[in-house]
Structure formats: C-alpha cells, structure tokens
Design a protein around this ligand. Structure first.
Ligand SMILES: [Zn+2]
Length: 405
C-alpha cells in the first residue's frame, strides 16, 4: 500500500453513534447519528474525518487516499460482543467434573484452533471486538489453561478482552477468595471478573461480603444474574460498585428503578430466549427507568445459540420490544462500555479505531427486520478490510432440456 490513508466513500447512510463517552441511557439510545451520503477518512487505522461526502471527499488527503467504495450501502461501527462463552463448559451445565476433565483432555493447541474458528465466524458476521469468558470451573488447571488460550489469541483477528468467570463458593473465606483471584489476575491490566452463584446456596449478605473482597482488589465486577439471582444481584450492586449485570431474564420490571440507580450496564442476551427458553428480560422497563442496556450474543457452543449480533438485534426487537436504534446503540457503543473498550471501539468518531461494517442494506433499520441473515459486505478493522463477502457462481450451464451441458 502506497499510503496508509483510507477513504470509505459514498455510504448511503453512515451511522456514527457519536455521543457522550459513557454508557447511554433513555432517549440517548435512540440517537444513533446517521449521516446520509457519508464518508470516513482513516489515517493509520484511526478515524480522522467523519461527515458528509461532499465535505470529506474534497479534502486533499481524501483525494490521495485508497478508496473503499460503500456506494448504496450502510456503514456502521463494528459490533462489540461483550458476552461470549467460547468454551463448551459452564458451571451450571450439570456435570462439572466431567466437563473439567474434557477441557483438560483437549490440547492447548486444539482449544486455540477452535476459538480461532469461532472468532473468524464472528468477524464474518460483523463483530470486531469481543469479551470472552473463561469456563467458571473450580479446577484451577482448567482456568489457567483457557486463560492462556485467550491471551495467545489476543488481537487476532478481532480485539479480545477476557473476563474471568468465577462461581462463588458459599463457604470460602475472604482470604481464600482473595488468593483465588490473585492467582488468575496477577499481571493483568484492568481485569474483569464475572461472578456467578447459586442463589439457593449463597445468602444475599454473603454475596455482598464476597463482592466487597473482589471490589477492594480493583477489578471490574460483572455479575451473571441467572434465574432467581437477578434480584439479589441488583440489591448487591446498590452497595458495591458493579460495572455490568448480565442475563437478568428473570428480573422483575418493578426492579428497573433500583437497577438504574446502581449505574450498572444491563447486558441482555435475547438469543437465550431461543437457546435456553429463557423468559424475555423486561428491557422496556429498564430503558424507561434509565438503565444503560447493552446487547450480546451470549453464545455458547452446543446450546443452539447464535454468534450473529445482527440476530441479537433482531431478537431484541421481536422479543424485548427494543427499537432498531436502541438495539444498534446497545450492540455497539454500550456493549463497548460493558467490555471496557469504549475508548477505542463502539462508535465512529475522530480519534477512535476505524472498526466498521459495510452492510448490504440501504437503511440501518433493516438490521432489525431480518432474522439470521448475514448482511455484512465488508468487515473493516483499524482501517483494513479483514473480511469481504464472496461471490455466488451461476453453477454449471444448463441446456434447453434442463440437463447439465
Ligand atoms: Zn453467560
């Protein structure tokens, strides 16, 4: 390449998601900031100019740039999938010892190959950044192994962050919990810890006590509030600062105000309506109460869940009653906040990474009107095309008798 300046030109709509650099709530979720006939100038992988084509394309730097043509198409920021379980095992999947044994029996290389395949599929569906969870196994050999896999895959081909998933043990002492966390978190920058628990075993006061221990260690706390854990999670977040609460399918709409007051991002995975027959989370009540909502795939291998964030957006419309704008903000900017990468990802603004999608639609609202159809024409990361859709051939020629010639 002769120049590291790239121009994305002629977008029918360039949806920037420009706005406040903190989780968006209420009507802010509606404000996606779409520019009709937009262009984007990228320098060294970073957005340098964003605006109407007639202004951006006339800049001297734009005339010398390598052009990527988006004519007639929609450009949006790359999706951020902030809740992905790349490994098959999860603590609530039943046979914990069996799954731990299985994870240990698979070689490190094979795990890495599987996760890489998954990441490539995510890129083809428009995800440019993701937060991947560990297994939540209590066997430290399993967790150390998968953390090593995730670290080796960082930055290839999408921006990855890892979240250590930990199932809280009701009988653990504060000192023991601290040493468990220290074992995994040593040397990690801004570590994110996802906590899950069995609400029948762990009393609410004990949950708060354990969160306090983790919080004092400077980690970003993410709660996985499955089933009946929703209410305890919201109450605990009122006492201890929590960055994100995921799942919440069984939260009551009457808790929306209390949830909003905690400031935590609510990450919803409407795909679990399909994969786990989970009830729909009360998203409308959350949004109206001012809860910053994020969307994620909640993907887990072997459960029938989808890794396609376009499907998560469509499901958010069908199942949760979210508008296309709300779903788009939740799947990009707010999801970046939940994954801790909003400084670089989630919106197309000057100074942020040029991670974007060119879509085969002419209006961004169409994203919520198709279920499971991949609309990605190109995935661009740091100004470079990392995926471009293939062509369909016309197949063998057929003669008049209808036989292959
Ligand atoms: Zn989960």
């Amino acid at each position: 390449m002769g120049t590291n300046t790239v121009l994305i030109r002629g977008a029918r709509q360039l949806v920037t998601l420009r706005g406040p650099q903190r989780p968006r709530r209420g009507v802010e979720l509606q404000q996606v900031q779409s520019i009709s006939d937009g262009a984007l100038l990228i320098r060294s992988g970073v957005c340098a100019e964003v605006g109407p084509s007639r202004r951006v394309e006339n800049l001297a730097a734009a005339r010398r740039a390598n052009a990527i043509v988006a004519t007639g198409r929609v450009v949006i920021p790359g999706f951020v999938d902030c809740h992905v379980h790349p490994f098959s095992a999860a603590p609530w999947s039943g046979d914990a010892d069996g799954t731990a044994r299985e994870l240990l029996s698979v070689t490190w290389k094979r795990h890495a190959a599987r996760v890489r395949t998954l990441m490539h599929a995510m890129v083809r569906h428009g995800t440019t950044a993701a937060q991947l969870l560990t297994t939540g196994s209590r066997d430290p050999r399993v967790e150390s192994k998968v953390l090593r896999v995730l670290q080796a895959l960082r930055d290839e081909p999408l921006s990855l962050s890892e979240e250590l998933l930990l199932e809280l043990d009701p009988s653990i002492s504060p000192a023991a919990l601290e040493s468990v966390l220290r074992r995994y978190l040593v040397g990690r920058e801004a570590p994110a810890v996802g906590l899950t628990w069995n609400p029948e075993e762990l009393a609410p006061e004990e949950l708060v006590r354990q969160l306090r221990v983790a919080s004092a260690m400077g980690v970003s706390l993410h709660l996985h509030a499955h089933g009946a854990a929703a209410e305890t999670a919201i109450r605990a977040a009122a006492e201890i600062p929590v960055a994100e609460i995921a799942h919440l399918e069984e939260a009551s709409a009457t808790m929306a105000g209390a949830l909003a007051a905690t400031g935590a991002i609510a990450t919803l995975t409407p795909g679990s309506y399909f994969s786990d027959k989970a009830p729909p989370a009360p998203a409308r009540a959350f949004i109206e109460a001012g809860v910053p909502v994020a969307l994620a795939s909640g993907y887990r291998p072997g459960t029938g869940s989808s890794l396609n964030m376009q499907t998560a957006m469509a499901m958010a419309g069908l199942v949760l009653g979210m508008s296309p704008e709300e779903a788009l903000t939740a799947a990009t900017f707010n999801a970046a906040c939940a994954a801790g990468c909003a400084a670089t990802s989630g919106s197309l603004e000057i100074g942020k990474s040029a991670d974007l999608l060119i879509l085969n639609i002419s209006d961004y609202r169409e994203l919520s009107q198709h279920l499971g159809i991949n609309q990605v024409h190109c995935t661009v990361r740091r100004g470079e095309v990392i995926y471009r859709e293939g062509t369909v051939s016309s197949g063998p020629a057929v003669n008049e008798a209808g036989r292959e010639a």
